[in-house]
Design a protein around this ligand. Structure first.
Ligand SMILES: [Fe+2]
Length: 230
């Protein structure tokens, strides 16, 4: 069984097309979307539609709710591009899901707004709390939001990050997380980070041609360097 988790496409279609190629090659049994289909990049409508077509399970991210719920007047560019039906879909996405693989029960969410911003360097003392939700105790958390993939252990569980398809920080490639498992209690569970090159210059050109794109220069800097810029 192969399960792919991807998130943070953020309107970057060249990166999304690279991910689509990898999906065709890897042929996962199911694809989870963990939030932030839209915002930041110039092709939010296309990445929103891509998620709906290529993923099987969906969780919303802070940008999906912010834009879908029309929270910030400065997001008018995205509202116009997406149209009412997509905005309503984004705003209706569930905030959490869970997945049990053998003896391990994973909690799935985007990050914000379920919890505060969790960085790759956030220490265990703060992250441990994410393994509990009321009386529920999980063996692992799978999330996105930080735009950097990682695999770590907490004091009593795993914490796995998908990284970002379209707005990677640190290394400006397209990232996702693949879990593989043959289904037996003694079979190994494989956690794999996908790291894909894509045409960053093409993505920058598409953004440069759109004079209305909010924070256009910051976006171009992020996708060409991997350095957070706003
Ligand atoms: Fe994001």
């Amino acid at each position: 069984m192969k399960i792919l988790f991807l998130a943070d496409l953020h309107g970057n279609m060249p990166a999304t097309r690279a991910m689509e190629k990898a999906i065709t090659h890897l042929a996962p049994d199911t694809v989870y979307f963990l939030g932030d289909a839209v915002g930041k990049g110039p092709e939010s409508r296309a990445t929103c539609d891509w998620v709906r077509t290529h993923c099987d399970s969906f969780i919303g991210g802070n940008w999906d709710y912010g834009i879908g719920g029309k929270e910030f007047p400065a997001d008018g560019y995205y509202w116009n591009q997406l149209g009412e039906e997509r905005l309503q879909w984004l705003n209706s996405l569930p905030r959490e899901a869970e997945l049990t693989l053998g003896q391990l029960r994973f909690r799935l969410f985007h990050g914000r707004p379920v919890t505060g911003l969790m960085h790759v360097h956030t220490d265990n003392a703060e992250l441990n709390a994410t393994l509990r939700r009321g009386d529920d105790v999980f063996d692992g958390v799978i999330f996105a939001d930080s735009h950097r993939p990682f695999i770590r252990t907490l004091d009593h569980g795993y914490i796995l990050n998908t990284g970002s398809v379209g707005n990677s920080l640190g290394v400006p490639r397209a990232h996702a997380l693949l879990l593989s498992w043959d289904g037996g209690n003694e079979d190994p569970l494989l956690f794999t980070v996908l790291s894909l090159p894509y045409d960053n210059q093409e993505a920058a050109r598409i953004a440069a041609m759109d004079p209305e794109l909010p924070f256009r220069d910051a976006y171009i800097h992020e996708i060409t360097t991997g350095v957070y810029s706003r």
